[in-house]
Design a protein around this ligand. Structure first.
Ligand SMILES: *[C@@H]1O[C@H](CO)[C@@H](O)[C@H](O)[C@H]1NC(C)=O
Length: 528
C-alpha cells in the first residue's frame, strides 16, 4: 500500500512538466503590436486626411485624461527605422502594426491615393522584411477617415464598399510582402465604445441600436474584404486574412445554472456578437442574446428588434470568412445572474445583457481600470474558443500590462510577472491542443492610450514623449521577452544583467540597466 502511494506520488511529480521542458515550437511566431494612431504622429504630414481621432482630440481635448493627442505620439512617421531596430534587437519573428486609412486614402474613398502614404508604409515594411521580421498588418485600428464619419461611418449600410476598396488598395500595394492581414481590430471597441456608448471616437452614444447596427455593417465589410482577398489576391500572393476580436475571459461567479447562463450571455454581448457570425457553424448573431434583444425591443415599443437581422445571403457571406481568429486578450471577470448588478442606460447593450460583474480584489490591478491579472484567463479564453468554434487557427494579436508613468518604470516587474503568467497560459493551451500559431505582445513601445492619453504605459520600450526625438529605452520586460523568444522557454528565474541594446547603423540604445537597477543616467541614446 505504502509502496503504491510512493509510486503514485512519483508519477504525479514526474508528470508535472518542468519549465525547462515546456518549449514554444520553433515556428511559433513571437512578435509585438502597435496601432497607427497610437504611435505614428505625422497626423497631417504630406497629404494625410483627418481621422475621427484627430477630430475628437482637436475639438474636445477634455475627452482625454491628460488633454493630449496623437499628433506626434512616438513619431514613428520619422522614427520607423529605429522601431525596426528595436524589433530586430528583441529578436521578433513578427510585428503587427496598422495602416492609417486616411494616410493612404486622404478622403477615405479610393479616388485619390496618397503617394507619400504608400511610400511610408513601403519603407516601413521593407525595413522589416530586410531583417526577416514578418509584417502582420491591421487594416483598421479605429482611425476612420473623418469624411466617411460625416457620411455615417459604420452606420452607413454602404460602409462595406468603402472598406473593400481601401482593402484592395492595401493588398495591391503591399500584398507582395505582407502575407498576414487583419481586417478589423476589436469590433467591440469600435461598435460598443464608439457607437453604442461614449468612450471612444466618434462618441455617437446611440445606446439602443448603435452597437448592433455597427456590428452588422462591420461584419459585412470584413467579409467583403476577406472574399476580395481570397478571390483576387490570395491565389498570387498566398497570404491569409482574418480578424482580431477582444476576448477577455468571462466566467460564472458560482457553478449555478443561472450564473453559467449569465456568463454565456455576457460572452455573447462582449465578443460573441462579432465571433459567432464568422466562426460558428450556422452563422448569424448569437441566438440567446438575439432573443433577449428581440423581446426587450418589443416590450420597449420598438417596431422591430434593435438587433438587425442578416439575410440568408449575408449570413452565408460572413460565415467562415476568416483564415484565423486573432485574439486580443488582457483580463477576466466573473459574472453573476443576481449579484453586482449596476444600472445602465435603457435601452443599451449592457441593459440587454442584464448581468452583474465581479472582479476579485485579490487579482493584481494594472494602471488601467479594466486590466487585472486574472489567473489563467488566457488559457480559459483560448480553450473555450478552440472547443466552441471547432479548432480555429489562433493568433494572440495583443496581450500586455499597463503601468502608470510613476510605477516601476524601467524595472517593470509587474509587466514581467504578467507576461510570464500569460505565456504559461499559452503553453498550457498548446499542450491542450489549441492551434495557437503566434503571440504579439502589446506593446513594442509606450503610446497614446486613447482616452487615457500618455498616463498608461504599455511599452517594452519606454518612450520619452517630452524629448525632441521621442527617445526609446528598453525596460526590464524587453530583456525578459527577448530571452523568452531566444530560448522559447519561460524561465521564471531569469534576471537580465548587462544590458545594452544595439542598433545596426551606428546608433544605439544604451540602457543603464545593470544589476537589477537602472542608474539615473545620463542615458546615451544617439540618433542621426
Ligand atoms: C450617453 O448616453 C447616456 C444615456 O442616455 C447618458 O447618460 C450619457 O451622459 C451620454 N454621454 C454623453 C457623452 O453624452
Amino acid at each position: 500500500m505504502k509502496l503504491l502511494i510512493i509510486i503514485g506520488l512519483a508519477a504525479v511529480w514526474c508528470d508535472a512538466a518542468q519549465w525547462q521542458d515546456r518549449r514554444f515550437p520553433d515556428d511559433f511566431r513571437f512578435g509585438a503590436a502597435t496601432a497607427a494612431y497610437q504611435i505614428e504622429g505625422g497626423w497631417n504630414a504630406d497629404d494625410k486626411g483627418e481621422s475621427i481621432w484627430d477630430r475628437l482630440t482637436h475639438t474636445n481635448p477634455d475627452f482625454i485624461a491628460d488633454r493630449s493627442n496623437g499628433d506626434v505620439a512616438a513619431d514613428t512617421y520619422s522614427n520607423y527605422r529605429t522601431d525596426v531596430q528595436m524589433m530586430r534587437e528583441l529578436g521578433l519573428d513578427a510585428y503587427r502594426f496598422s495602416i492609417a486609412w486616411s494616410r493612404i486614402l486622404p478622403n477615405g474613398i479610393s479616388s485619390k491615393v496618397s503617394d507619400a502614404g504608400i511610400a511610408f508604409y513601403n519603407n516601413y515594411i521593407n525595413e522589416m522584411v530586410k531583417y526577416n521580421i514578418t509584417p502582420m498588418v491591421t487594416l483598421y485600428h479605429w482611425d476612420l477617415p473623418q469624411k466617411l464619419q460625416d457620411l455615417g461611418g459604420f452606420m452607413n449600410p454602404n460602409f462595406h464598399e468603402w472598406f473593400e476598396d481601401y482593402a484592395r488598395v492595401a493588398y495591391e500595394n503591399f500584398g507582395d510582402r505582407v502575407k498576414h492581414w487583419i481586417t478589423f481590430n476589436e469590433p467591440r471597441e469600435i461598435c460598443y465604445e464608439g457607437y453604442g456608448s461614449d468612450t471612444k471616437a466618434p462618441v455617437i452614444n446611440a445606446t439602443d441600436i448603435g452597437t448592433y447596427y455597427c456590428a452588422k455593417n462591420l461584419l459585412i465589410a470584413h467579409a467583403k474584404a476577406y472574399h476580395a482577398y481570397v478571390k483576387d489576391f490570395k491565389p498570387k500572393q498566398g497570404g491569409v486574412c482574418g480578424i482580431t476580436i477582444s476576448v477577455n475571459w468571462v466566467g460564472p461567479l458560482t457553478d449555478s445554472e443561472d450564473d453559467r447562463l449569465a456568463a454565456e450571455i455576457k460572452r455573447q454581448a462582449e465578443w460573441g456578437l462579432y465571433a459567432e457570425p464568422i466562426f460558428s457553424e450556422y452563422g448569424g448573431f448569437p441566438a440567446e442574446l438575439c432573443n433577449i434583444v428581440a423581446w426587450k425591443s418589443a416590450e420597449q415599443g420598438y417596431r422591430r428588434s434593435r438587433m438587425p437581422e442578416f439575410t440568408d445571403e449575408e449570413r452565408t457571406l460572413v460565415r467562415g470568412s476568416s483564415d484565423f481568429f486573432g485574439v486580443n486578450h488582457y483580463s477576466g471577470t466573473l459574472v453573476s445572474a443576481t449579484h453586482y448588478k449596476e444600472t445602465h442606460p435603457v435601452p443599451s447593450l449592457l441593459d440587454d445583457a442584464g448581468v452583474g460583474v465581479y472582479n476579485p480584489p485579490e487579482w493584481p490591478q494594472s494602471a488601467s481600470s479594466w486590466l487585472r491579472l486574472s489567473p489563467n484567463s488566457l488559457y480559459y479564453a483560448l480553450t473555450h474558443l478552440d472547443t466552441k468554434y471547432n479548432k480555429p487557427i489562433i493568433y494572440v494579436t495583443e496581450n500586455g500590462w499597463s503601468e502608470s508613468p510613476e510605477d516601476g518604470y524601467y524595472i517593470d516587474n509587474g509587466r514581467v510577472e504578467y507576461f510570464r503568467a500569460k505565456l504559461n497560459d499559452a503553453l498550457d493551451a498548446l499542450e491542450a491542443g489549441v492551434d495557437l500559431r503566434g503571440y504579439m505582445a502589446w506593446s513594442l513601445m509606450d503610446n497614446f492610450e486613447w482616452n487615457q492619453g500618455y498616463l498608461e504605459r504599455f511599452g517594452l520600450f519606454e518612450v520619452d514623449f517630452k524629448s525632441e526625438y521621442k527617445e526609446r529605452r528598453p525596460r526590464k520586460s524587453a530583456f525578459v521577452y527577448k530571452h523568452i523568444i531566444e530560448t522559447r522557454v519561460v524561465d521564471p528565474y531569469y534576471e537580465p544583467d548587462s544590458l545594452t541594446m544595439w542598433i545596426d547603423d551606428g546608433h544605439y540604445f544604451q540602457s543603464a540597466y545593470y544589476n537589477n537597477q537602472y542608474s539615473s543616467g545620463p542615458f546615451s541614446v544617439s540618433y542621426n
